[in-house]
Design a protein around this ligand. Sequence first.
Ligand SMILES: O=C(O)[C@H](O)[C@@H](O)[C@H](O)[C@H](O)COP(=O)(O)O
Length: 258
Amino acid sequence: MAPLKKIICKTKDELAVELAKYTANLSSKFCKERGIFTVVLSGGDLISWLWKLLEPPYIDSIEWSKWHIFWVDERVCGWDDADSNYKLAYDGFLSKVPILAENIYAIDKGLGAEGNAELAAERYEECLKQKVNENIIRTYKSSGFPQFDLQLLGMGPDGHMASLFPGHDQINVKVKWVTFITDSPKPPPKRITFTLPVINCASYNVMAVCDKEQADAVEAALSHTKDVPAGRLTADVEVVWFLDQAAASKLKGWCSIL
Ligand SMILES: O=C(O)[C@H](O)[C@@H](O)[C@H](O)[C@H](O)COP(=O)(O)O
């Protein structure tokens, strides 16, 4: 089981500063080691905390052309739909950095727009397998599961992560890499999502959570008082929870590290 770290920041701006530092260091590590950096994004507030990467020194120092972008989950809708995690990431981040368009792997445009969740999940899994065959994505030891370098996750107030929700069966899917849900408790109802084994094969997993509304779920996930999906998060090398003080306020013995 990988070590779990907590970085508790006084403000969201401080969290953005620490998240940028962490991400840039891993970018430098993987770009040096293999000339590729595979990054998995989620939706929600996460994109709004990447803004520090859009400023010097990172905007100039990061080797953006070596980044490959994937999504841990995505709403089954058009790319230009207000619900789209691709649109959220493109508008707030990807359109502001020189990542190559061919290195951004979104949900199948047509299947998303059609709302075909099952086929969109199958097609995304095929896309990942293609990138494994091309050695863009590594595989985790003998499991054959894809191993991403850095996965940037968020959590909902019910403790869901990606589109793995409490009381829903997707968290128990063990063989597939990508599954789907059509009755998501968090709208919109139709989504595709990485399965738990794929999420946990990542080398570095970040969980970024802010605001007091999340404090109960943070406590449940980190103390395992309740079996919430985010409590099942692990990684191959390291898991880091980036929290603001409000989200960390129900953790026993927390102290502001920053
Ligand atoms: O598609 C999604 O809805 C997101 O990927 C989702 O899993 C998100 O990470 C959490 O719901 C946290 O969302 P907030 O950051 O908005 O709380």
